[in-house]
Design a protein around this ligand. Structure first.
Ligand code: 13P
Length: 256
């Protein structure tokens, strides 16, 4: 199956940026410019504190709301944590899980990521599951090995039916926020590998349907080349998602 048959999905990870007011204004600008883009899925992921204000702007629109993380338990004594149900009731459809910043800065393990994915799916959220290697791992030619371990652990115990709507994101750590983007060939080769891992676990039907985003210094001027690769089905965008114009320009590149 070629990428033409998979609907592109473009998501903005706002990270720890924007107050509720700034987030609402950004969402409004994205929304105003997204009308001409009917052939793709768009998601914005504000910080927790901005979800409510952004949800109000997005109600009834085709732009979906996502969160950046959640806890794996449904409730309880977890100071500072946010549950899947809390996100769902705020209007979230997606949740980013296993982002490398969660893994490296906050010590999140593959097991945590797996538990979060189960909890999200059970609750009714669609996870965007991130994997990716460090610079050291790439330079020592361990990219495929690292990504294999991350994907297998993340998807452990997930059923074929649960894979529907789940999105994977390949984000090489060395490309995040650095301006150093993977070449389209480098990225596509890892995407192809990830798709083969999905095929081995769930079969060709699931692997040909699953959408795999690329993330790491995606900008309007490199988006088209990346997004036209056969195994790249969308982008997970950090810095360039904080301006509606650049976020929309990347989305346009996905359908041009
Ligand atoms: P940048 O687009 O800022 O490199 O961030 C990518 C990312 O981490 C998205 O989740």
């Amino acid at each position: 199956m070629t990428s033409e048959k998979r609907r592109p999905i473009i998501a903005g990870n706002w990270k720890m940026n924007t107050t509720p007011e700034e987030g609402a204004a950004l969402a409004e600008s994205v929304l105003n410019q997204s009308m001409q883009l009917p052939d793709l899925d768009m998601v914005v992921c504000p910080p927790f504190t901005g979800l409510h204000a952004v949800a109000e702007r997005l109600t009834g629109s085709s732009v979906s709301l996502g969160a950046q993380d959640m806890h794996w338990e449904s409730d309880g004594a977890y100071t500072g944590a946010i549950s899947a149900k809390m996100l769902l009731t705020l209007g979230c459809r997606h949740v980013i899980l296993g982002h490398s910043e969660r893994r490296t800065i906050f010590g999140e393990s593959d097991d945590h990521v797996n538990r979060k994915i189960h909890q999200a799916l059970t609750t009714g959220l669609l996870p965007i599951v991130c994997v990716g290697e460090s610079l050291d791992e790439r330079e020592s030619r361990r990219t495929e090995q690292v990504v294999t371990v991350q994907i297998r652990a993340a998807l452990s115990g997930i059923s074929e039916g649960q894979m529907e709507g789940l999105v994977l994101a390949y984000e090489p750590i060395w490309a995040i926020g650095t301006g150093r983007v993977a070449t389209p060939e480098q990225a596509n080769s890892v995407h192809h590998h990830i798709r083969s891992l999905v095929e081995a676990q769930f079969g060709a039907h699931v692997s040909s349907a699953i959408r795999i985003q690329y993330g790491g210094s995606v900008k309007p001027d490199n988006a088209h080349e990346l997004l036209s690769q056969p195994d790249i089905d969308g982008a997970l965008i950090g810095g360039a998602s904080l301006e509606a114009d650049s976020f929309i320009a990347i989305a346009q590149a996905a359908v041009s």
